[in-house]
Design a protein around this ligand. Structure first.
Ligand code: DON
Length: 611
C-alpha cells in the first residue's frame, strides 16, 4: 500500500439510540406494508449476460457438484409467496412451514435458526452468536446484534501461558476461548420486537428434530464422525457418536439433551437459557475446564438493536451489518471505490476486473484492521469510512496496471476458520431477513455442555492476541479489538440486503471468516454489474484479498492460466484452489415478483424452500 489513510476526525458510533431504530420499535404488524411484488424495476435481461458468465456458472456447477448427495439436490427454487434459503434443507423447510402457517420472515428466521442448531451442528447453534439484518416492506431496516461477549473476568493478556508467551491453544481451543453466547437472546429480542407467531411454535420444530432425530446425510455423517473421533471431551463424543461408534449415512440421529435444552427455551424464552438449569450446566462446565463464564455473565447478556449500515451503488441500496461486524463498512467502502470503474467493460473475472477488485479489497481490509471493533468500546468512524469522499481518497493511488504493495507495518491479522452459516428469508409481504451466525470454528470450541447437549463457541479467538503482540507470523496486537470485560469481538459476518427504488432485490451473505465480506461484495457486483440471476451470482467463482497476506486467492477453476499469468505480470501473487463461502441467498425476479431461493451449490446439504 502506498500512503496512509487520512487523519481521523470524529466518529459516528452506532447504537440503540440511533434515531432510525427508535422509529422501528413498533411491531412489524404496525408498519405500513406494501407488496414488493408490484414494484418491479430490476429487470433481469438474460440476453445481456455475457457468455463468459454463463460459462463460468456452468463450469463452477460441474466442478462443485458433490459426487453423491444422499438426501437432495442443491437447486434454486421459485415461489410467489415466501422463501427460506439455508445451508441445511430441513431447516429451510421448518422456516417455510412457519411462513405457511402465518408467521412473518422474522418468525421463520428464528425457527430456521433453532432448527439449524440441530441439523447443522458445525455452525448452527444456541451456544454461539451472530447478526440479523431486517428490511421491512416499507423500506426501513434494522439490525439485531447477538454477537458473543467477553466474560467479566476477561483481560487483554488472557491468551498468555504460564511463561508469559502467547498461546494459540488458549486463544482458540480452550474453555477460555468461549464467549458468552448470544443466539437465544438475539432470537428472543427479534421476536419480541418484530415477530408475529407464537414463540413456542418457533422452537418446537427444533425440539422435534432433536428429540425424534433426523436422517444423516452423507456429508453430515462424515463430518460428525471426523469431529467425534478426535474430540477429547466425553460429552462431545457422547452426542456425536454412539459411545465412540460412528453414526452411518441414512441413520437417524437424535440429541435428547439438546431437545431438553430447547424445551427450556420454548417454555421460558431467554431465561430458559441464561438462567436456571442450562445456565447452571454452562457455569459448571466452565468451572470444570477453567473457563471464565459465570452465572452473572449469562444473566447480564443482552442482545442489541442497532442502526444498519447503508450505502448506495449505481442506484441500488445496500443494507448491511454495523460494528461489531466489519462487514457492512467494508462492503460499502469497496463498492464506493469500485463505482468509478467500468467493471462490465473489463469482463467478469478478467485480469483487469480481478486487479481492481483486489485493490479495493486491499484498501478496505487495511481500514478494517486499523479502525474496526466493537463501537460500544472505541470510536469507529463509520460515516467517514463509508463516505464517497473516503473512497475517492482510497482510489487515488490505484494504478490500473500495477498491483500496490501491502506493508505489514504494525497491523496484521490472526487466522480464522471457515465455519459459520448464512441463511436468507423473505415472506409474502416482502419482509426480508438476512442472518449469519456462528460458533466461530467448525463445531466451535468442540465443547458440548454436559447434560445440555449443545456446543459452545470459541469466538474469543476473534479478539486480538494481546497488547503489542503484532508480528510477521500473523498476530495482531492493536488496541481496539483486545479482549475487555463485556466487549464484543470484531466480526466479518455480513448479512446484507439489496433494494432498488423501494423494492427488495436480494437477501445475501455467507460464512467464510474474512472472506465473507468479499463473497458478499461479489454477489452484489455479479447481479448489478453483470446482470446475473441470483443462482448464477451465487455459483460464480469468487476471489479474495484481505490486505495481508498480500495475495489474491481464487476458487478452483475460477480463472484461466492466462488470467492468472496476466495478474502475476501486474505484480499480484495468485493462489488458486479451494472453495469460498456458502452464500445461501434469495433474489426477487422483479418482472414476476417471484422469490428465487438460491442455495449455494458448494454446500451439499443446502436447500431453499418456498411456501
Ligand atoms: O465472526 C467472524 O467473522 C468469524 N468468527 C466467522 C467465522 C466464520 O465465518 C467461519 N466460517 N465459515
Amino acid at each position: 500500500m502506498h500512503g496512509h489513510p487520512q487523519v481521523l476526525e470524529g466518529n459516528e458510533v452506532t447504537g440503540d439510540s440511533a434515531a432510525g431504530n427508535l422509529a422501528l420499535k413498533a411491531r412489524w404488524s404496525d408498519l405500513q406494508a406494501h407488496d414488493a411484488r408490484q414494484v418491479s424495476r430490476f429487470e433481469v435481461d438474460m440476453l445481456s449476460i455475457r457468455w463468459r458468465t454463463v460459462l463460468f456458472a456452468f463450469v463452477v456447477t460441474l466442478a462443485l457438484a458433490p459426487s453423491k448427495i444422499s438426501t437432495q439436490q442443491v437447486e434454486s427454487v421459485r415461489s410467489q409467496e415466501g422463501m427460506v434459503s439455508s445451508q441445511q434443507w430441513i431447516a429451510s423447510q421448518v422456516g417455510a412451514d412457519v411462513l405457511s402457517s402465518g408467521g412473518n420472515a422474522v418468525d421463520a428466521a428464528i425457527a430456521t435458526g433453532f432448527a439449524l442448531a440441530v441439523t447443522h451442528p458445525t455452525a448452527g447453534n444456541i451456544g454461539g452468536g451472530g447478526f440479523m439484518v431486517i428490511r421491512f416492506p416499507n423500506g426501513q431496516s434494522t439490525a439485531i446484534d447477538f454477537r458473543e461477549k467477553a466474560p467479566l473476568a476477561s483481560d487483554a493478556k488472557m491468551w498468555l501461558d504460564e511463561n508469559g508467551e502467547y498461546s494459540s491453544d488458549i486463544h482458540h481451543r480452550s474453555h477460555k476461548a468461549v464467549g458468552v453466547p448470544g443466539t437465544v437472546a438475539g432470537f428472543d429480542k427479534a421476536h419480541r420486537l418484530y415477530g408475529a407467531a407464537a414463540w413456542a411454535d418457533l422452537v418446537q420444530p427444533a425440539i422435534d428434530l432433536a428429540g425424534e432425530g433426523f436422517e444423516l446425510s452423507e456429508s453430515l455423517a462424515g463430518s460428525i464422525e471426523r469431529f467425534a473421533s478426535r474430540s477429547p471431551y466425553e460429552a462431545t463424543v457422547s452426542v456425536f457418536s454412539k459411545g465412540g461408534t460412528p453414526y452411518q449415512i441414512g441413520e437417524s440421529w437424535s440429541q435428547p439433551d439438546l431437545a431438553r435444552s430447547l424445551e427450556r427455551i420454548r417454555d421460558d424464552r431467554r431465561d430458559g437459557f441464561y438462567q436456571g438449569e442450562t445456565a447452571d450446566l454452562i457455569a459448571a462446565e466452565m468451572r470444570r475446564g477453567e473457563g471464565l463464564i459465570t452465572l452473572e455473565d449469562l444473566a447480564r447478556y443482552q442482545a442489541r438493536e442497532r442502526a444498519t449500515i447503508q450505502g448506495t451503488y449505481r442506484g441500488y441500496d445496500i443494507i448491511s451489518m454495523p460494528p461489531p461486524s466489519s462487514g457492512g463498512v467494508a462492503i460499502v467502502t469497496m463498492l464506493n471505490i469500485l463505482e468509478a470503474y467500468d467493471l462490465p467493460g473489463m469482463g467478469h473475472n478478467s485480469a483487469e476486473y480481478i486487479h481492481h477488485l483486489a485493490e479495493a479489497m486491499r484498501r478496505a481490509y487495511r481500514d478494517r484492521a486499523q479502525f474496526l471493533a466493537d463501537a460500544d468500546f472505541s470510536d469507529v468512524p463509520v460515516q467517514r469510512l463509508t463516505s464517497k469522499k473516503h473512497a475517492t481518497w482510497l482510489r487515488r493511488n490505484i494504478d490500473s496496471e500495477r498491483a500496490s504493495v501491502s506493508h505489514p507495518t504494525d497491523i496484521e491479522m490472526a487466522p480464522e476458520s471457515p465455519e459459520t452459516t448464512h441463511y436468507s428469508v423473505v415472506d409474502a409481504n416482502g419482509m426480508a431477513v438476512s442472518v449469519t451466525y456462528t460458533l466461530e470454528s467448525g463445531y466451535g470450541s468442540g465443547i458440548v455442555v454436559p447434560g445440555a447437549g449443545f456446543l459452545l463457541n470459541n469466538e474469543m479467538g476473534d479478539f486480538n492476541a494481546g497488547p503489542g503482540l503484532t508480528n510477521e507470523s500473523g498476530l495482531i496486537g492493536t488496541a481496539a479489538n483486545l479482549a475487555r470485560p463485556q466487549q464484543r469481538m470484531l466480526s466479518s459476518m455480513s448479512p446484507s440486503i439489496v433494494a432498488r427504488d423501494g423494492a427488495l432485490v436480494a437477501v445475501i451473505g455467507s460464512p467464510g471468516g474474512r472472506t465473507i465480506i468479499n463473497t458478499t461484495l461479489q454477489l452484489i457486483l455479479n447481479m448489478v454489474e453483470f446482470g446475473m440471476s441470483i443462482p448464477e451470482a451465487v455459483a460464480a467463482p469468487r476471489i479474495h484479498h484481505q490486505w495481508l497476506p498480500d495475495r489474491i486467492r481464487v476458487e478452483s477453476n475460477g480463472i484461466s492460466a492466462q488470467v492468472q499469468s496476466q495478474l502475476e505480470q501486474m505484480g499480484h501473487i495468485v493462489q488458486v484452489g479451494g472453495r469460498q463461502g456458502s452464500a445461501n441467498s434469495i433474489g426477487i425476479d422483479l418482472t414476476t415478483g417471484e422469490r428465487i431461493g438460491a442455495p449455494d451449490p458448494r454446500s451439499p446439504d443446502s436447500g431453499a424452500r418456498g411456501n
